[in-house]
Design a protein. Sequence first.
Length: 90
Amino acid sequence: MDGSPRFCVDYRRLNLITERDEYPLPRTDNIIDKLAGLKYFTILDLKAGYWQIPVDEQDKKKTAFVTTDDLYEFNVLPFGLSNDPPHSNA
């Protein structure tokens, strides 16, 4: 943490009604085996993985939050939704 201000949106009510993506985590050795012999690789930056996933236009209203100034909606996946990717505190 760098000490800069951060805000938090409480998505607990939305998470209660969200259909969960329930996929078992793959075994690391199986993943490495599948990469054998390949030339090109790509990854998401997992430190900020949720900032890289766009929110569908029809779902942006579900991410809405209110401040003293205005109402806002996220264009990219916000932190704290039940189906967001893993995040790092690094």
